[in-house]
Design a protein around this ligand. Sequence first.
Ligand code: F0G
Length: 459
Amino acid sequence: MSRKRSWAEPYKIKMVEPVFMTTQVEREKFIQEAGYNTFLLRSRDVYIDLLTDSGTSAMSDRQWAGIMMGDEAYAGSENFYHLESTIQDYYGYKFVVPTHQGRGAEHLISQILIKEGDYIPGNMYFTTTRLHQELAGGTFVDVIIDEAHDPDSEYPFKGNVDLNKLETLIKEKGADKIPYVSIATTVNMAGGQPISMKNLREVRALTDKYGIRIVHDMTRVAENAYMIKLLEDGFSELPVADIIKEICSLTDAATMSSKKDALVSIGGFLAINDEEIFAEARNLVVVYEGLHTYGGMAGRDMEALAIGITESVQDDHIRARVGQVHYLGEKLKASGIPIVNPIGTHGIFIDAKKFLPHLTQDMFPAQALAAEIYIDSGVRTMERGIVSAGRNKETGEHNYPNLELVRLTIPRRVYTQAHMDVIAESVEYVYENRNSISGLKMIFEPKYLRFFQARFEKL
Ligand code: F0G
């Protein structure tokens, strides 16, 4: 018989942050005042915060010690050189430009590489990434496999690129109109789904044939590497750190939001192998972010990031991180809650269309469900459906996305297994009482990115 060992955390707790408990009557008032939008709640009124995994991780004692080692010189901070060598060592890219967070790096690379009229294929869009591509004059084209748009498909690598879609686009538009292919590890909007090494190698071979670059959104690369280790033939014995390095080696440049994988509250970078592009980025960063040795980060934040990167690639860490997400996902599945399959690596995505079949999509089922979960238990989640998808620019009608989801995003190293149990109990209770949940009516709609500030009323 093989020895069983569960995913338990490879750390112990040294400091805690008390949270405020509220009553259901109070929460009904808070969410009504927030216009049934979880983005408009105050964090002090939230018990377990699953709004995002961005900037919400717990730092280690080593990282906090690093904070005290901040060298806040305007130019040439020691912490920058530590960060630069850490990125070179663990990810293998040659040149580093620090930025204040991921979208700062997306802005720089888009401005440098994209010309008016260009096309940027990618394995599904991310909001800020696509917006910077569009602002630079480009058009994003989704070349992810069809399975990624189907919440019921059990395909293990739903982050894969459909090579036929990609090659058709290259032939149709011409390689000179495609400055790069945008590859995310893992794919956030698909539910935290990984790309396989086999598929990435094939994308590399195809882009090499046409002389096209690959720009890697490496925001959750360690989580992707861990899924390759778990699921792909030939990787089970390799350390996650080696798999990460191979992923990076198949790409030409990378944008990073350090607020996720890399275990810090703020920060990011652009990493590049081409010296000329680096020279341009190093010049442009001083316009928008800060000098090329801090790029919008304090020295202490660069130090915490360098240490966070080394912690984030450890097998024990990543096994516990993904293990906790899967623990919650399996629990919800066992009680029949409809979620996106397979379970992703940074959160659980509830299928609100199946959860609330009595509501039509224009009654905002995911928005209503997120509000209801908050009222029941103080657990804050986020809508990823018709509200997030916005309106069609030409017709002014709502976009009706196939995926109408509530995202339960798990911060890293923050919550315990008992918290996961409470979350599951709450979702189960709301599911048992789902027939009494009514839809919402939008009473205030901002012009841009409406999901952040829209207000609703119960129907
Ligand atoms: N790329 C991906 C895949 C992301 O998930 C994010 C942020 C970014 C880029 C942008 O990075 O926030 O540092 O500027 N995602 C957060 C989320 C906001 O909640 O999913 P940033």
